[in-house]
Design a protein around this ligand. Sequence first.
Ligand code: ZN
Length: 286
Amino acid sequence: MTSETVRFDVGNFKCIAVLDGTFRYPAGMFFTNVSKERYETLLRQRGQSAEEIETPYTCLYIDTGVARVLVDTGMGTGVPSAGKLLSRLHAEGIEPRDIDTVILSHAHPDHIGGNLDEHGKPAFPNARYVIWKEEWDFWLSRPSLAEIQVDDHFKDLSLASAEKNLSGIKGHVDLLDQEIEILPGIRIILAPGHTPGHIALSVTSGAEQLLYLGDAVCHLLHLEYPETRMATDLQPMKVVRSRRQLLNRATREAALVHSYHFPYPGLGRVTAKGHGWRWEPFAARD
Ligand SMILES: [Zn+2]
């Protein structure tokens, strides 16, 4: 285990939270329906920068004993501070050919950027890639992205990434339109809003469960203030509903939670507090 890989168990499943890298986003992107004064105060009260938020990309590796699964593929070569997924899996003795299934929570660049190798071929040559059908169709329909509050450059990068990283896995992809158990113990949960076909996962072994939230919750303050919207949320009302459903479920079922952009390794538990939730970070065993 290194500072970029954290091993943990879910029942009999062996899991690793793998840090693909980090990127600094303007803080305002995380709080589009909160005043600048308000979110800057909340961040400063928590000892954080009010200008930029250093945001981890934490992928998840799951060895169920039967299947070896990767959830999200990181940013790839898009930014110098990320794209470390393959080298960090290698350091754990895991090679791309070992992965049977790649589950893509959604098609934003920081989740699909590692889909392909440097030759434009699937980076995980023996894997079936899995994504929600509506997500696939949306990104390949050349959407205007008029709904999101980012500049044209950001939109162009998102569209170019989707075009490249989705088209490159054609023939290797299974498109889902039902919340099925795709492998024993791994069930798809449709959680739209951040994007139209965004999915979460329930990973269950024995009496233990992990909920993979994807980008339904992207910042710890979204737990305390669950109505908060992000600049990149395509369907803001739906994202708030999906967020509440997932967090209510995590509380009710006492599930371990993984959130891709929370402070690394993005693992913890949530308990109800006021109108939102409180975060209890998971202490990994050595
Ligand atoms: Zn993301």
